[in-house]
Ligand binder design. Sequence first.
Ligand code: NAD
Ligand code: MG
Length: 298
Amino acid sequence: MSENEKKMESPLTKYPRPPFVKQPQEVPGLASKMNPVPDHGEQSYKGSGRLTGRKALITGGDSGIGRAVAIAYAREGADVVINYLPQEQSDADEVLALIAAAGRKGFGIAGDITSEDFCRQLVEEAAEKIGGIDILVNNAGHQQAIESLLDITTEDFDTTMKTNVYAPFWITKAALPLLEEGSVIIATSSVQAYDPSENLFDYAQTKAANVAYVKSLAKQLGPKGIRVNGVAPGPVWTPLQTSGGQPQDAIVKFGEVTPLGRPGQPAELASIFVQLADSNASYATGQIYGAAGGNGHP
Ligand code: NAD
Ligand code: MG
C-alpha cells in the first residue's frame, strides 16, 4: 500500500466507547479537561488545498466541532478567525497554534455573542484581520439539560435563544454585506431539531430554528450566489455535553444508544464542513447534512 493510501478503519473501534467517567465542568467547559480528551483531528486531518485562500469566521472555534472545523479549514488552506468566550482562551490558544502550524493566518476574538453589539464588532474585526469573510460558520451553541419546563427560568430560556438563534441572526446580518458571490454560510443544527429529548425543551427549539434559518436563507441568498447549509450532529464528545448539556448519568453512557454504540468525535464531522464550504459542492444549498452514528434525522 502506498503512503498516500488510507487504511480501512472500523467505525466501531476507531474511538472511545462508553462507559465514560462522570466529569462535571462549569459552562462553557474546556476540551482540555475532558476525559478522554476529544479528537479534533489534531494528529489526523490532512488537507489537500480544497479551501486555498478562503477566509473563514467560525463561532465556538475553540473546542468541539468548531475546533475540528478550524483545524481542517486551515489545513485546507483557509485563513481562520475563531470566536469563543473569554473563559475558553486556553482552548483557543491550542487551536491558534495549530492554524499557525498549518501555515495560515489565525486570529482569536473572544467575546459573548449574546450581545448584538459584540456580534457586529466580531464580524467587522474578523474581516479586518483576514481581509474579508467568505465562509461563515455559525457553530457556537448553549445547551443545558433541565428535566421540567417548570424549572426553566426566563433567564435560562433567554440565554439559549440568544446564543443559538439571535446570535446567528446578528452575525449573519453584519456579515451579509461582506459576502461575495460564491461565499457560503454553514449552521450547526442537531438531531434535536427532529427528535427532541424531553430534557432539552428550549435547546431543541433553537436547533429546529437553525434548520429554518438554513432553509429560508438558502432561498433568499440563492439568487445572489451564496450557499447556505447546515449540519445536524448526533451525540458528539464535546464540553457542551459534559458541562451540563447532559446530566452526568447520561455522560457515563453517552452515545451508547446509537447503532455505532459510541459518541462521535469532533474530527469525524470536519470533512462535512469542508465539503459544504468547497466550491465543488456548488449545487448544495438549503441542505442539512446528518452525522449521528445511525440514529436520528435528517
Ligand atoms: P463546544 O462546547 O465545544 O462548543 C460550543 C461553543 O459555543 C463553545 O466552545 C463556546 O465558545 C461557544 N459559546 C457558547 N456560548 C457562547 C456565547 N455566549 N458567546 C460566545 N461563544 C459561545 O460544543 P460542540 O458540541 O462542539 O458545540 C458546537 C455546536 O454543535 C453547537 O451549536 C451545538 O448545539 C451543536 N451540536 C452539538 C452536539 C453534541 O453532541 N456535541 C450535537 C448536536 C449539535
Ligand atoms: Mg469551548
